[in-house]
Each structure stands twice: as C-alpha cells, then as structure tokens.
Write a protein that binds this ligand. Structure first.
Ligand SMILES: Cc1ncc(COP(=O)(O)O)c(C=O)c1O
Length: 371
C-alpha cells in the first residue's frame, strides 16, 4: 500500500536570508531595545497605515500594555467574545477589570448588535477580535463606541495585513495589537506589537513595557514614572519579523488564492461542510481556513490517518474554560459559540501548499462524507 500524502500545517520558511540575518544580529549588541526593534515598530506601523508601533514579548503583552496605558482597571467592564484565545480574558483580569463574555456571529466575530446586549453603566472598553484574519464589521462597532464613549482595542492577532473597507485592521480603534507567534508572520519565537495613531498613548505603552521608565532609545533613565513591567522582545526576533514583513503581501496573496481554490474544490465535490467566506468590503488575511463540518471529530481523525493535519481554533471557548467559570452564565448564553465549538475545523491553507495538496485535501474531505 502506498503511504498517504502528507499535508501539514506550516508556519514559515527558514532560508539563507533569515539564517544570515540571525548570525549578523547575534554578533551585535544590544540584544533588546535596539535598532532592529525600533525599525520593526516603524515598519509595522507604516504597513498598518497608522502612527506608532510598540513591540512586546507577545501579543498578550501588547494587549496588557494597551489596557494598562488606557487606564482600564478595577470597576471597569470590558466586553469580549467567548470564541477567542484565553489571553484576551487573562489580560483583562490582569489589570483588575471585569470581563464580560459575549456570544459571536456565525462567522465567529463580534458585532454591534451583540455588544449592545452587554452594555452597562460600567462598560469601559470593547475587544473585537478579527478571528482567523476576517475583519469584524467595524464601522457600526466604532460608531457605538463613539456614542457611548467606549475604548476599542482591536485584537488583530490573526489579521496583520487584512483590510476592512479599504483600511488596514489594527489601526481602526484606539489601539490594535498583533501576535507574531506563528501568525500572518512569525518571528520564530514569541513577540507581538500594539499599534496606535495616538503618539502619547504609544509613549506610555513603551514606558510601561520597560518598568515604567521614561525611556528613549540609547538614552535610558532608570526613573519609574509608571508602575510597569518588563515586556520587551529581542532584537533577534525583531530582525526576523522585519524580513518576514517584507514577505507578507506575497504570503497573503498565496493564502487568499489557496482559500479560493479550496473553497471551489470543496463546492465542486458537494461536501456537506460550510466553507468560509469574505464579508463584503473586506480583504481577509486568511490566516486560518476554517470550515464548519458535521461529524467534525470523525472527519479530523479520518484526515489525520490520511496525512492531512488539521487544527481546532479553539477547542474550548472562554465560557467553558474551568479557570474562568465565574464569568460564564452557562453555555445556554452562547448558542452560536456552542455550535462553532462542535463543528469548526482548520484545514491547511498556508502559502507553501501545492495545487496537488489542495486537491488531495478536498478529495479526502469528500471521501470521508462518502464513506
Ligand atoms: C485571537 C488571539 N488573541 C491573542 C493572542 C495572543 O497572542 P500571543 O500568543 O502572541 O500572546 C492569540 C494567540 O494565539 C490569539 O489567537
């Protein structure tokens, strides 16, 4: 019997340009808070068509910096979707604010309608998450935030490069943040970045990132003006991030083409799965290609046996995480997220797949539903 084809999830490529850059940066100091990180911040901010970037050692830390700098804390409620990664809720708790979990639309994103159900006199901030690289319908959310004087922190961890009605996500609210740990770009380690058009806010985040010091590059005063933390990233990772940023547009084009082709192949085979779609006026980054599939767990096992690696983003919504039980009114409050939980499956769609890989994935999905 011939071995099945292997179609794995893949995060990035390591080539000589990356290797040479790593060796070059290793020979230099400083290893953190140096020119590579400063340039990475400028380049990501410019890419996002906004003013400032503040690099951190993870996306989680970038969100934490945003919440701290905006003064979100005790007595404040922050509305966030239950269908997301745990760190969104962790960061809200870390600043002493109260997380308010909401359900999501069928595409896994927040909407104005959903947010409105959770508003109270204590609501201070919203965290819309551009899930899988698909932009949230932001204009109505931003309008609501203006009406109610709420802060908007975009979780664009998945969505570097995505556009919402012509504008890059991340730069739409008061602050946005990205993760570079195996997302649209990877730095081969943990890093993230907050972006904002507000220079003063960026300066506060930059200071909080390094013990609340009033810091200037190459001119560090050890005077703690704020209660901060040490959330800096390394020069090595920033240098890798800079190189990969120059490759991002090509990767997004390839992810988009792969998503389009996979959707067409699945539709041709008339498989009973729901395929992901771009919302009108949006150009998603297509980080994750997520179908909704009946008998999801059986399909996942079937594909694994045939060499197709799949993921589930995410296995447990926040309202089902044991550590956060006190913030959940129970699964009945999240009917859409509960449906997603049973059906979502992330198929490979990364930029390094071949046409044959895509055909193989679609053929194996079809074979499962025929079997
Ligand atoms: C939606 C979302 N938000 C935030 C984060 C946190 O990013 P990081 O892992 O860089 O801390 C992640 C990480 O996977 C994520 O998926």
């Amino acid at each position: 019997m011939t071995a099945p084809r292997r179609v794995e999830q893949r995060l990035t490529v390591i080539d000589d340009q990356i290797r040479n850059k790593v060796l070059e940066v290793l020979e230099q100091t400083p290893y953190y808070a140096g020119p590579e990180t400063a340039a990475f911040e400028r380049e990501v901010a410019a890419y996002c068509e906004t003013g400032c970037g503040v690099a951190a050692n993870s996306g989680t830390s970038a969100l934490l910096l945003a919440l701290m700098a905006l003064g979100v804390g005790s007595g404040d409620e922050v509305i966030l979707p239950t269908h997301t990664f745990v760190s969104v809720l962790e960061s809200v708790l870390a600043v002493g604010a109260t997380p308010v979990l909401s359900d999501v639309e069928q595409d896994g994103n927040l909407s104005r309608d959903i947010v409105e159900r959770h508003l109270s006199g204590r609501t201070r901030a919203l965290i819309p998450v551009h899930m899988y690289g698909h932009p949230v319908e932001m204009d109505p959310v931003l309008e609501l935030a203006r009406e109610r004087d709420l802060l908007v922190i975009e979780d664009a961890a998945h969505a570097l490069g995505a556009r919402y009605r012509g504008r890059r996500v991340g730069g739409l609210g008061h602050v946005g943040f990205f993760s570079f740990a195996g997302k649209s770009i990877t730095v081969c380690g943990q890093a993230g970045m907050a972006v904002t058009g507000a220079a003063e806010l960026a300066e506060t985040m930059a200071s909080l990132r390094v013990h609340g010091w009033r810091q200037r590059l190459g001119n560090v005063w050890h005077v703690a003006e704020h209660v901060g933390l040490n959330l800096r990233t390394s020069e090595l990772l920033s240098a890798i991030g800079r190189l990969n940023l120059t490759r991002l547009d090509g990767w997004t084009a390839a992810r988009t083409a792969n998503a389009t082709q996979l959707s067409a192949l699945l539709a041709e085979r008339e498989v009973p799965v729901e395929i992901p779609r771009a919302r009108d006026g949006c150009e998603p980054g297509w980080l994750h290609y997520v179908i909704r599939a009946p008998q999801r767990d059986e399909l996942k096992a079937f594909l694994a046996e045939r060499g197709v690696e799949t993921n589930i983003h995410y296995r447990l919504p926040l309202h089902r995480q044991p550590a956060f039980a006190e913030f959940s009114p129970g699964p009945q409050a999240f009917p859409v997220a509960e449906g997603l939980l049973r059906e979502i499956l992330t198929l490979p769609s990364h930029p390094w797949l071949s046409g044959d890989d895509l055909h193989y994935i679609a053929d194996m999905v079809a074979a499962f539903y025929r079997s």
